[in-house]
Design a binder for this molecule. Structure first.
Ligand code: MN
Ligand code: MN
Length: 295
């Protein structure tokens, strides 16, 4: 049984756009660059290609594993030695791509072991992809690759299946074995995203990371809110995307019907590296939709 997306070419195109935006972000994360400027450049690159960000550009640093995007008044600049996860999503009419890589700012080469562990784990997971494979086989390969470098996989962050307008569509791809009884199906789109750390391999919730999402349609009683929902649907968005004080105020009023995301921090205060691709489960193996090499 196969269940490819009916508009597969659109998913491929979203993947190429996300990959280019990720690579742009990787180039822009240099000492002295402002976090907000880099996030906005990534998101602008996605929009310039006719897509929309599937979530705000995540630029989590060092012990932050995920879910930090700059606020509108974030004045922080990257400094040499920062370990920055550039995590980027794009969508075309709900056809989604999600991809990440880790940059060591200024090329200081202090954390290369972490960066390589995450990338090697991603490659090891992708190499196992085929129709019918147990997800646990991917998890085992991911964890082994990270442990081979003397590091720990983060066990409470996982990859995920993706469906139209649904970034986390129900099937988890754990980064350690023993967490899934599922198998991959031909035609499925999944994001594989190992996280490697020199900490304890678990996360805790930190402060609000400036990312929120509508849990459901807020209805038409508040026209500003209805407009915002029309723009973001149920995908995550950045508070800095609010267009003017009217929208900012509407979001503040709606705070309780929004899901807000905390920054994920490594619980042992370890440094964290991440690598992520969105892949299609093809008949003979993975088709990487967010590859740099894609034309
Ligand atoms: Mn991601
Ligand atoms: Mn993801």
């Amino acid at each position: 049984m196969t269940a490819y997306p009916v508009d597969l070419d659109r998913w491929r195109q979203a993947g190429r756009i996300a990959a280019r935006a990720r690579d742009l972000g990787v180039r822009l994360v240099v000492p002295g660059a402002s976090r907000r400027d880099v996030a906005e450049a990534i998101e602008a690159a996605i929009r310039d290609e006719g897509a929309a960000p599937a979530f705000p550009a995540n630029l989590s640093r060092n012990q932050e594993a995920a879910h930090y995007t700059p606020s509108v008044d974030d004045e922080e600049e990257f400094v040499a030695g920062d370990l920055v996860k550039v995590d980027v999503g794009a969508h075309l009419d709900g056809a989604l791509a999600d991809t990440a890589d880790t940059v060591e700012v200024g090329g200081t080469h202090r954390h290369e072991n972490l960066v390589r562990a995450a990338r090697e784990a991603l490659a090891a997971g992708i190499a196992r992809v085929r129709p019918g494979v147990a997800v646990d086989e991917l998890s085992r390969a991911i964890a082994s690759a990270i442990r081979a470098r003397g590091l720990k996989p983060i066990e409470d962050l996982t990859g995920h299946s993706i469906e139209r307008y649904l970034l986390h569509a129900g099937k988890a791809i754990p980064n350690v074995p023993g967490g899934s009884a599922a198998s991959l199906l031909e035609g499925e789109v999944v994001a594989i995203e190992p996280f490697a750390t020199n900490g304890i391999g678990r996360i805790s919730n930190g402060p609000f990371g400036n990312i929120a999402r509508f849990r459901s349609d807020p209805g038409s009683s508040d026209p500003v809110l209805a407009r915002l929902y029309g723009r973001f649907r149920t995908l995550p968005f950045a508070l800095r995307w609010a267009d003017g004080p009217g929208e900012t105020e509407a979001l503040r009023r709606a705070r309780r019907s929004l899901q807000t995301y905390p920054v994920f921090l490594e619980r042992g205060q370890g440094l964290v590296a991440q690598a992520e691709h969105t892949v299609l489960v093809g008949a003979t193996g993975a088709e990487i939709l967010t590859s740099s090499a894609a034309p």
